[in-house]
Design a protein around this ligand. Structure first.
Ligand SMILES: NC(=O)c1ccc[n+]([C@@H]2O[C@H](COP(=O)([O-])OP(=O)(O)OC[C@H]3O[C@@H](n4cnc5c(N)ncnc54)[C@H](OP(=O)(O)O)[C@@H]3O)[C@@H](O)[C@H]2O)c1
Length: 163
């Protein structure tokens, strides 16, 4: 198996705090569990109120809402004192040709995949700057570089993130 970045593979460290958005399923859940297995203190998020997932402490978060983002980040900071690694994973797929997609639906895709990521990053970065340390990982997509027919809006939202 390919080795991951040092902050994933590093020896267990109780001082490392990781926040993974969208950790209720898929890539986010697997990432959160991996960090927890490696000894980090891990907070995962879902829009639903979910119980803790093994070593992952679950916190409610809807990245479309500034209030929800603020509450989530405050909760993590209250409990852990700081965030060392932010994994911006929460995202939505969208299938449908741009021509046939209502503008409100197009905006909804960007509100999660692009602006949602910006909201969470805005809330976490000041703490990282104050502590002069931190990593921000944005989960992108190959679609940003090689768009498929019918995935144009999703690809555009991921391309915006990649720039
Ligand atoms: N799967 C792939 O093949 C693939 C390929 C390339 C990139 N990606 C990217 O990888 C990331 C995860 O994809 P996945 O396939 O693992 O997706 P997934 O299983 O559908 O999980 C998406 C996660 O995002 C959360 N989420 C959705 N809308 C949200 C919102 N408004 N606020 C907060 N959280 C929200 C969901 O949490 P709740 O529903 O519990 O709130 C869920 O935990 C996405 O950014 C996706 O674009 C996926």
């Amino acid at each position: 198996m390919r080795e991951g970045p040092s902050f994933v593979t590093a020896a267990p460290s109780a001082s490392r705090t990781v926040l993974v958005t969208g950790a209720s399923s898929g890539i986010g859940q697997a990432t959160a569990r991996l960090f927890a297995e490696r000894g980090a203190r891990v907070f995962g998020t879902s829009r639903r109120a979910l119980g803790d997932d093994g070593g992952v402490e679950m916190v409610q978060l809807d990245i479309r809402s500034e209030e929800s983002v603020r509450q989530c980040v405050d909760r993590v900071l209250d409990r852990a004192g700081g965030i060392d690694v932010l994994v911006n994973n929460a995202g939505v797929m969208h299938e449908g040709f741009a021509e046939e997609t209502a503008l409100t639906d197009a905006q909804a895709v960007f509100d999660v995949n692009f602006f949602g990521t910006v909201r969470v990053t805005h809330a976490v970065l000041p703490g990282m700057r104050a502590r002069r340390q931190g990593h921000v990982i944005n989960v992108g997509s190959l679609a940003a570089w090689v768009g498929e027919p019918g995935e144009g809006l999703y690809a555009a939202s991921k391309a915006a993130l990649a720039r």
